[in-house]
Write a protein that binds this ligand. Structure first.
Ligand SMILES: NC(=O)c1ccc[n+]([C@@H]2O[C@H](COP(=O)([O-])OP(=O)(O)OC[C@H]3O[C@@H](n4cnc5c(N)ncnc54)[C@H](O)[C@@H]3O)[C@@H](O)[C@H]2O)c1
Length: 167
């Protein structure tokens, strides 16, 4: 990939899975990384994986102190934001608790809105554009719920896009 050298790339949920693999690829391309993940995860391992050009923000993206730390880094420049942090609370509609639902919305939706807005503001002010990417699990959760409703109660009608109702 051309053009990623020296780009400032923010990746949430970067300590494992897709986030870490994405960080490795951008690092190989010469990008400057700002990685975010929960404090319980091993920061030292990432530091050895990315010895230079990497800032690690240890925190929960649903917490204001973490968002403030990310925004402070963004003021130094942001070319790419990858909203990768996500959680799944896999439960059927009738079993899912309000707390589980709220937790998913907080990580998979609200934090993405807040970080994307913050990044867009900096990108707009810098006047050179940028990319904001989202890896959304929320759609899958909603799709699962809708499928369950439509299978169990055929008369229920919801205003979801038809695509969500397909198997
Ligand atoms: N793996 C898949 O098949 C798949 C499919 C569709 C969408 N996705 C989405 O892609 C993203 C990455 O998936 P993955 O399989 O690599 O997930 P993963 O669970 O392996 O990694 C997610 C990372 O996000 C971090 N994280 C979770 N909540 C956080 C929070 N509140 N604050 C900071 N960090 C937090 C976790 O600590 C973890 O390191 C997720 O958003 C997921 O919903 C994954």
């Amino acid at each position: 990939m051309k053009g990623l050298q020296n780009k400032r790339v923010f990746i949430t949920g970067a300590a494992s899975g897709i986030g870490r693999a994405t960080a490795e690829r951008f690092y190989a391309e010469g990008s400057e990384l700002v990685l975010v993940d929960m404090p319980t995860l091993e920061q030292a391992e990432l530091q050895s994986l990315f010895p230079n050009r990497m800032t690690y923000i240890s925190g929960d993206v649903t917490k204001s102190e973490t968002l403030d730390a990310i925004k402070a880094e963004m003021t130094k420049g942001v070319d790419v934001l990858i909203n990768n942090a996500g959680i799944t609370k896999d439960a059927t509609l009738l079993k899912m608790t309000d707390e589980q639902w709220d937790a998913v919305i907080a990580v998979n939706l609200t934090s993405i809105f807040k970080l994307s807005k913050a990044a867009a503001e900096v990108m707009k002010a810098a006047g050179k554009g940028g990319s904001i990417i989202m890896l959304l699990q929320l759609l899958l959760i909603t799709e699962t719920l809708v499928k369950q409703i439509t299978q169990q109660q055929k008369q229920v009608s919801l205003p979801w896009p038809k695509r969500w109702l397909k198997n």
